[in-house]
Ligand binder design. Structure first.
Ligand code: MLT
Length: 406
């Protein structure tokens, strides 16, 4: 008899964004004439920057000629892209990350979901609440979380991000070994200062723990005082793995390209306390289970770092930030408290009511899709998240409709 991985049975309903998509599609079937404005999932709506498209086309043409055709590439990514990332995203910012510490992949979601498998099954995990569901669900699937009880998994340390603490959780009271952090945060849009981030790095160094730092939204940071990478913090290279993505930065959600940085100094320990290099272990995993991102996509990603690419990426993210500013202003005018929206494409709004009820109301009365905060964890109850990824005209329309619906 074939047996199921019972840990999957502990998962809550379907994946948050599939659940929302199902609800929206059911609503659309019942109301075929209604124009829906989607400010739910953080999926970009604007075209790839021209610099990326030009590089993409050129690389596709290379594939049409036997002389320039590319077959399997290196699993870790082509040298040209790893060099560009290392130089532009790290060395130019004062963080000494070398090209061979960068692993190109098809998404930060995949990497953030897969990374847990290189750690022991009894690893003590700390996860913020609210949280991007992938960090939690991938550990549930692996059997690392214990049972679900009263809205939480018994084996997880939840780091509460609330209005009271400015959505910056405090360090855990108990000893934890693996800490998931995301800044600018998804879903709250909160950012972290270097001083605050240093406390986490120091904690990890003192406790021989590891931080998994999701920096997928760093391209929206405009405040020069805020860290774009955890490696701007002294000592972080010993205790942090960082995830980045071209998805929100350059509109690659459908094109797929991202990277994970595993510094050579990062260690994890065996049962006897011997240290092992996470870099070689992740490399082993990556080579076994992943066959690289396609050549044209990596060329398109490389173009993000050209002079023209940098300018166009800035324009693209500025565009979404203008939407975010409008949402923030209108929501505040309506009398709601909110966070995010300044250095982030997400606005986290305290609706002061059941967040799924708020979701239903906005869908039915305004034809606007949001993400209910409760889908991100218990501390998300009472909140909704609006995303700035749409056209400015649609955002204006959505805000007008929300005003009328309320
Ligand atoms: C979100 O809406 O939270 C993100 O788009 C999800 C993702 O990037 O996978």
């Amino acid at each position: 008899m074939i047996k199921i991985n019972e840990h999957y049975l502990k998962l809550q309903e379907s994946y948050l964004f599939s659940n929302i998509a199902k609800k929206v599609s059911a609503f659309q079937k019942l109301n075929p004439g209604r124009q829906i404005i989607k400010l739910g999932i953080g999926d970009v709506t604007r075209a790839l920057p021209d610099a990326c498209i030009t590089a993409f086309h050129k690389a596709v043409d290379e594939m049409s000629d036997d002389l320039s055709f590319m077959g399997y590439g290196p699993e870790q990514g082509y040298e040209f892209l790893r060099e560009a990332v290392s130089q532009n995203d790290y060395k130019n910012q004062g963080a000494d990350i070398s090209p061979d510490e960068i692993f190109i992949s098809d998404g930060a979601k995949c990497d953030a979901g897969n990374i847990q498998e290189i750690f022991a099954i009894d690893t003590k995990i700390a996860i913020t609440d609210p949280v991007y569901p992938v960090y939690l669900d991938s550990n549930v699937m692996a059997g690392r979380t214990g049972d679900y009880y009263n809205g939480r998994y018994k084996g997880i340390t939840y780091l509460e991000s609330t209005m009271e603490n400015g959505f910056l959780p405090k360090l855990p009271d108990e000893h934890v070994e693996l800490i998931y952090l995301c800044f600018p945060n998804n879903p709250t849009g909160a950012t972290i200062s270097k001083k605050e981030l240093k406390k986490w790095v120091d904690y990890a160094r003192e406790n021989k723990s590891l931080i998994l730092y999701d920096a997928a939204y760093e391209a929206f940071i405009r405040d020069n005082e805020l860290p774009k990478s955890i490696y701007e913090i002294e000592g972080a290279k010993e205790v942090a793995i960082e995830f980045r993505s071209f998805s929100k930065t350059a509109g690659f959600t459908g094109t797929r390209c991202a990277f994970t940085v595993v510094p050579k100094e990062c260690k994890a320990y065996d049962l006897h306390g011997n240290a092992h290099d996470l870099h070689s272990i992740w490399n082993r995993r990556h080579c076994t289970k992943f066959n690289g991102v396609s050549y044209p996509v990596q060329r398109a990603a490389e173009a993000v770092y050209s002079n023209l690419g940098k300018k166009q990426v800035k324009e693209l993210t500025d565009y979404y930030l203008k939407n975010a500013a409008l949402i923030k202003q209108e929501i505040t005018n309506l009398g709601f408290s909110c966070a995010g929206g300044d250095n982030s494409p997400y606005i986290w709004i305290f609706g002061n009511r059941d967040s799924w009820d708020f979701f239903d109301m906005l869908l039915e009365k305004a034809g606007v899709v949001c993400t209910p905060g409760a889908g991100f964890g218990r501390c998300g109850e009472g909140f909704i998240r609006l995303s700035a990824f749409n056209s400015y005209e649609n955002v204006q329309k959505a805000m007008l409709r929300i005003k009328e619906a309320l």
